[in-house]
Ligand binder design. Structure first.
Ligand code: GLN
Length: 196
């Protein structure tokens, strides 16, 4: 079971370290040929969403990746990754638009540019939430979007079928629970596909 980690820009090495700690296989996705059909899931890291989106287009990765996500490939998206997935971005153009939420980029303003809290992410109690020039989710655009966390009165983590997306950075903590949860999502989808 190999997880792809989009490695064009941003905090991908930190996600790799999390998967290594969980003894999961991964492959960096840097070009079209890396995006093979055997990938069991994909991680979209934090960074700069406009740069990432531009590179996805330039490398011919944008549409193939988007199609895979629409067809059910499990995806874990953090921060800039959440912006890439959002159907609407209230202060920018949307990118892949696979996740029915409206996000606001750099939403917390200067004072709260970067901050940390502990909070629950669904039933993961007391998760260390690290926000860095983070977006938040202004609205869910489909009633099947599950809200997993709210911080400072705003939605910061959601799940929509195969898409798990958050405004904060679990890969910058020592807490493996979100990555572990994602690997469970990936394994369950594989079992279903095999009819197990
Ligand atoms: N501010 C970045 C953007 O809008 C996201 C920040 C992050 O990924 N830490 O793309």
């Amino acid at each position: 079971m190999t997880i792809g980690i989009l490695a064009l820009q941003g905090a991908f090495a930190e996600h790799e370290a999390m998967l290594e700690a969980l003894a999961a296989d991964y492959r960096e996705i840097r070009q079209r040929k890396d995006l093979t059909d055997d990938l069991a899931g994909i991680i979209l890291p934090g960074g700069e969403s406009t740069v990432q989106s531009k590179l996805l287009h330039e490398l011919g990765l944008f549409e193939p990746l988007r199609q895979k996500i629409l067809q059910g490939l499990p995806v874990l998206a953090t921060c800039a990754g959440l912006i890439l997935l959002a159907q609407e971005v209230s202060n920018d153009e949307p990118s892949m638009a696979t996740l029915p939420v409206r996000v606001r980029r750099n939403a917390y303003g200067r004072q709260l540019g970067s901050f940390a809290r502990a909070g629950d992410v669904a039933d993961l109690r007391g998760f260390p939430l690290r926000f860095i020039r983070a977006p938040y989710i202004e609205a869910c655009l489909d009633k099947k979007v599950q809200v997993l966390n709210e911080t400072e009165g705003h939605i910061t983590a959601v799940r929509y079928h195969n898409q798990l997306a958050m405004a904060f950075h679990p890969e910058l903590t020592r807490d493996l629970r979100i990555h572990s949860f994602f690997l469970d999502m990936v394994a369950k989808r594989k079992e279903l596909a095999l009819g197990a």
